[in-house]
Design a protein around this ligand. Structure first.
Ligand code: ZN
Length: 282
């Protein structure tokens, strides 16, 4: 039985020209269930279509930014139909076998992240504590990442036999040699190292995370709107010309081959792994 612990999994606040979107499942380290993801999509749409918003600030309540996709909270709603599919992939709950996870993740994981990355409005991420697997996807779609000193980044999903999260940007976010280590070992990368590698833009003390991130967002929001949109698109085009989108398309299918292999071997797409398994093994 799915039991949601909140009716507000994402908070929305306007601070001058900045829309602050706050992940709000602190009890479960902001694990991403469909309820949260679609609330975030609604918030992203609201911010992107508000003429008075020039920048989005994506933040998270509680100790950790995000533990990734929800694989074990009482609010896990993996078996639920997608509330309002944004793409035209159909309802995964009517599908069987590997198709079921494929449909769901095309829409709710890869699809939503690509949509947010393509938003005309730039975004700044404020990351504290753990940013694990699906958590990376939310930070990576943002244009600038500000990290607290206690932040760490990891993708331990190889422990469940899956070659990285659905949004496979690893070798674009860091040097391919480092990305291999990041994925093969699955260790937590401290904010300071992520900064040295260029994966995050600033490392600040925990207490000033929101003020520092908000100050950056406000500077962007004060710039000419259309120019900022064009600059953002310029980087998206450049990354895609370098193969980011094509890589992701190719690896998404490997990701689902791995889910299918798990389903075949264990009856479960993630091989029965729980958040505790991931925490213990990472
Ligand atoms: Zn997956």
């Amino acid at each position: 039985m799915t039991a949601y612990e909140t009716t507000e999994p994402v908070l929305y606040e306007r601070v001058d020209g900045v829309a602050v979107l706050t992940l709000n499942r602190p009890l479960f380290h902001n694990a991403q269930n469909l309820q949260l993801l679609y609330a975030l999509d609604d918030a992203w749409r609201r911010a992107s279509t508000d003429p008075d918003v020039g920048c989005i600030l994506l933040a998270a309540s509680g100790r950790n930014f995000s533990a990734g996709h929800d694989i074990g909270s009482p609010g896990r709603d993996v078996e639920y139909p997608i509330p309002e599919p944004r793409a035209l992939w159909g309802d995964h709950t009517g599908a069987q076998g590997p198709e079921r996870a494929y449909l769901r993740e095309q829409e709710a994981y890869l699809g939503l992240c690509r949509r947010w990355r393509a938003s005309a409005t730039p975004a700044v991420a404020a990351v504290q504590g753990a940013c694990i697997a699906g958590g990376l996807m939310l930070a990576w779609v943002c244009d600038i990442i500000v990290a607290a000193e206690d932040a760490s980044f990891s993708d331990p999903v190889l422990k469940m036999g899956v070659p990285g999260v659905e949004y496979f940007a690893h070798a674009f976010e860091m040097h391919p040699r480092v990305a291999r280590e990041f994925l093969l070992l699955g260790d937590r990368m401290p904010a300071r190292r992520a900064y040295e590698l260029g994966m995050v833009n600033r490392v600040v003390v925990r207490e000033t995370l929101m003020t520092e991130a908000l100050a950056i967002a406000e500077r962007i929001a004060a710039l000419p709107r259309f120019g900022v949109t064009l600059a953002k698109q310029a980087f998206n085009f450049q990354e895609d010309a370098a193969g980011k989108r094509a890589t992701m398309d190719a690896v998404f299918h490997m990701h689902h081959l791995a889910h299918a292999q798990n389903l075949h071997g264990t009856g479960d797409t993630i091989a029965g792994m729980t958040p505790r398994d991931i925490a213990e093994k990472s």
